[in-house]
Design a protein around this ligand. Structure first.
Ligand SMILES: [Zn+2]
Ligand SMILES: [Zn+2]
Length: 248
């Protein structure tokens, strides 16, 4: 059985702290994963960088991004090109499908992030084409201190015949693997097949404690702020982030 964490941020997200190499090292040697998805906010480059490096660590990387739609965040998995952000929800899901991708809904109903509601998810499931792109709901999010939604979300996933997915939403590498799914096989292609066939199993448990991780994230972000901003300017994502924040 393979192990995958499909919700990891690199510093291309600007609120993440780790490079592709640091993420891969942790995923391989500490979290014991076979497949990961790097899901930066409206950015694909971190995932593509990690995919090029993955072989060195024995990890397959699913090219992905956490897409901001007008309704909330959506994980776009298995995409080879960026999907435009800030579009209406169903249109965004259809675009993921056109790019050959699959969609998973992260942290539904969370007040800590821009999140879809049950009604939003039902709207996708009721659409004849969008429903073919949506494969799962993140019922457990490792970085959240409280996962009070897990039980109702599992019920919704069951009702809509969607995979129950666990992901870390790691913004620091120590959290990678705190939300994991298991699937038959070891490769990204096996994982894709398992998601389409609704044959993944979420591992729902906390580790390490949220307070420890929050402290680590704050310390690391403050310590690396200058380096991160310098790199962001170099690769041209700083200005894009500013524009996004201003809604341009
Ligand atoms: Zn999110
Ligand atoms: Zn996220």
């Amino acid at each position: 059985m393979g192990r995958a964490d499909l919700h990891i941020h690199s510093f291309y997200s600007l609120d993440g702290t780790d490079t592709a190499a640091e993420i891969l090292e942790h995923a391989a040697y500490h979290a014991n994963l076979d497949v990961i998805a790097i899901t930066d906010h409206d950015e694909l480059r971190g995932a593509l960088e990690a995919r090029d490096l993955g072989g060195k660590y024995g990890i397959e990387v699913v090219p992905a991004m956490e897409l901001t739609t007008l309704a909330g965040h959506v994980l776009a998995l298995f995409i080879e090109r960026p999907i435009p952000s800030h579009r209406p929800l169903v249109e965004a899901i259809l675009r993921i499908g056109e790019a050959g991708g699959l969609a998973v809904i992260p942290h539904p109903n969370s007040r800590l992030a821009h999140s879809l509601t049950h009604e939003d998810i039902r709207q996708i499931a009721a659409h004849p084409d969008a429903s073919r792109v949506l494969v799962g709901i993140e019922v457990f999010t490792g970085c959240l201190l409280i996962n009070s939604q897990t039980a109702p979300l599992r019920g919704l996933a069951h009702q809509l015949h969607l995979c129950e997915v666990a992901g870390s939403d790691a913004h620091v590498r120590e959290l990678i693997g705190s939300g994991v799914i298991r699937f038959s096989g070891l490769s990204a292609a096996d994982l894709r097949k398992a998601l389409v066939n609704r044959q993944v199993t979420p591992i729902v448990r906390f580790s390490p404690t949220g307070a420890q991780v929050a402290l680590t994230w704050t310390k690391k972000t403050l310590a690396r702020r200058r380096d991160l901003l310098k790199y962001a300017r170099q690769v041209g994502i700083y200005r894009a982030g500013q524009k996004r924040r201003r809604g341009i």
